[in-house]
Design a protein. Structure first.
Length: 363
């Protein structure tokens, strides 16, 4: 079976995130079972135009807009059995309007909540309007999404509930696995350094819990546009020596820091699911988080973490102290929750949906 997966980034892109992780983990398992999978995507400076990654063919055209212009030619040249339109980014793929192909639309999260602060106001309004037009482009297509929150968002956008299937992301428990916790209390933030992720909240939390744990350390993992402001805030709050900026790390390096931490901090404005929360759980590290869309699906309150009212720093502090003072108990609960999620299970559900679509009459 020949499948074309349309994505704005591929798993090897230096800026790859949660959406690309799903493509990677599901795509690898499809390739292992001899699905002929091609990813059509944009590139970056120095990227190869084509390469094979673990049995997956990756074709890169230009940058952000490149794959949109290359798409008609690709579909005319090759007879794909199925096209997957990945909406990990707001700009839609219009192939369902042009080509009589079978489609699956992969919807990760509603961008309207996360666009403010990332792009200018005019572009944010334009992309939000485009998102509201998804039902015109994809009204007859099958949707796969990652959480109950995202499903409800699709329904609000005019997508029929019968056309939506939820497939929760998995977790790589071979990488994110429990280990000995750090001797000194430590916390980690590895949710992305972008404005809508609100990484500064982790610093405010550290400044509060430091009154009770004087030798506590916070690891901030990754790179992003918010980093300069975070470094300034560290100085403003007098946290020099208490915060370690790791920069960009490999997955196994991230997993080591997460597994040794006593607590994970997640303070995003919105998520489709919260993959990092389940990864932390698998490593035996509970999470404190603001109770926002998506996070409400990945944290079982009182099990693998605690959700508090959005923006309430007092409640976040109370929750953090509750876990830090009894982190070993929380670690056990977190691991138990994570066992519900696996990439093998997610890929099997994807295959079921693919077979249903490709065996039905062409629409």
């Amino acid at each position: 079976m020949k499948i074309l997966w349309l994505a704005h980034r591929d798993p090897l892109n230096p800026k790859a995130g949660g959406a690309e992780l799903i493509i990677k983990e599901v795509g690898l398992r499809l390739a292992i079972e001899h699905y002929d999978l091609t990813i059509l995507t944009g590139g970056w400076e120095g990227a190869k135009k084509e390469e094979i990654y673990c049995g997956i063919k990756i074709k890169r055209f230009g940058y952000r807009a490149g794959p949109h212009f290359a798409l008609p030619i690709e579909l005319l040249k090759h007879d794909y059995d199925l096209v997957i339109c990945d909406l990990g980014h707001a700009v839609p793929w219009v192939s369902p309007l042009i080509f009589r192909k079978k489609h699956i639309v992969h919807f990760v999260h509603l961008h309207a909540r996360s666009l403010p602060g990332q792009v200018n106001i005019i572009l944010a309004k334009l992309l939000t309007a485009i998102e509201k037009a998804y039902f015109l482009i994809y009204g007859k297509s099958k949707f796969i999404t990652i959480s109950e929150t995202s499903k409800n968002d699709l329904i609000d956008l005019g997508i029929k509930e019968k056309n939506i299937t939820i497939i929760n992301p998995g977790v790589n428990s071979d990488i994110f696995k429990p280990s000995n916790k750090s001797i000194k209390p430590s916390m980690v933030y590895f949710g992305g350094l972008r404005p809508y992720k609100r990484p500064e909240e982790a610093l405010y939390l550290l400044s509060r819990v430091k009154k009770y744990f004087e030798n506590i350390i916070l690891f901030i993992v990754g790179e992003g546009p918010s980093k300069p402001a975070l470094e300034k805030l560290v100085a403003d709050l007098g946290l020099e020596g208490d915060v370690i900026f790791t920069g960009k790390l490999k997955r196994d390096q991230i997993a080591k820091i997460v597994s040794e931490a006593w607590l994970n901090i997640h303070t995003s404005i919105t998520e489709g699911w919260g993959i990092s929360i389940i990864e932390a759980s698998s490593a035996g590290t509970p999470t404190v988080a603001y109770d926002v869309p998506g996070v409400s699906n990945s944290i079982e309150n009182g099990r693998n973490g605690i959700r508090v009212k959005d923006g309430d720093r007092n409640e976040l502090e109370t929750a953090a102290l509750s876990i830090l003072k009894d982190h070993e108990k929380w670690s056990i609960f977190s691991i138990e929750v994570s066992k519900k999620y696996s990439w093998d299970r997610a890929a099997e559900m994807w295959k079921d949906e693919i077979l249903k679509i490709t065996s039905s009459k062409r629409s």
